[in-house]
Design a protein. Structure first.
Length: 228
């Protein structure tokens, strides 16, 4: 009898990215309870909403249910012309946040979009920069993206600081409703692969080939092929 593993059923589950202090891997169902606990422990000042959708305002039971639905929905909608990977970010074996990577028509546009959250207990020590840098290495060196895009509320200096340190340039402003009746200016950011301010460490990655096949991405590089 042939043994079939979950990575054979859903190849993205075999993807692992490792930075000096963190491991990033696509969210599995077994990760959901601990991730919900991390989110409920606190991500941001309750007085200000950093997300385009105010999901952290929900009551705990509703938050847990909608959190799971969001991750399941993204899996179902994964296909070659539109995909999203929600990486659980692990530090010391515990999930402390999420780092997302999305793309539409990637084969033509070679552009990715990122978003993230990190528990307040782990903010302010460089982990936000490290997890985004690892994601950008994956995007530029393994997926061979040309551009990476992101956004942050204009008051969110921590997120904007991460982008500044990694080389992003401002790319316009959107007005968004972060909560009912609450309007925020959202700063758009854009980074070309040649402008990426690389850290002095290398990304380790496993499970790349099968993951790229699932995403419909032609394999052109690996974690050691970093442009100079």
């Amino acid at each position: 009898m042939v043994e079939v593993k979950i990575e054979d059923v859903w190849p993205l589950f075999g993807l692992r990215l490792r930075t000096p202090r963190l491991e990033l891997r696509p969210v599995r169902d077994d990760d959901l309870p601990a991730l919900v606990e991390s989110a409920l422990a606190g991500i941001h000042d309750p007085e200000r909403m950093p997300f385009g959708v105010p999901w952290t305002d929900a009551e705990p039971e509703e938050l847990a249910r909608s959190f799971a639905e969001y991750h399941w929905r993204n899996r179902v909608n994964t296909r070659a012309d539109r995909w999203g990977i929600q990486f659980a970010v692990f530090h010391g074996g515990r999930p402390i946040g999420i780092q997302e990577l999305h793309a539409r028509d990637f084969a033509v546009l070679r552009t990715v979009e990122s978003g993230s959250w990190l528990t307040r207990a782990h903010q302010g020590v460089g982990l936000g920069t490290e997890m985004r840098a690892g994601l950008l290495m994956f995007a530029f060196d393994i997926l061979y993206a040309e551009w990476a895009q992101s956004s942050a509320a204009e008051w969110n200096r921590a997120s904007l600081g991460v982008s500044d340190r990694l080389g992003y340039a401002r790319n316009g402003v959107n007005r968004v409703q972060s909560r009912p009746g609450e309007i925020t200016n959202e700063i758009r950011l854009r980074l070309h692969r040649d402008a990426f301010a690389r850290p002095d460490w290398r990304l380790a990655a496993d499970g790349v080939e099968a993951a790229l096949r699932q995403l419909g991405v032609e394999e052109r590089g690996n974690a050691g092929d970093q442009p100079h």
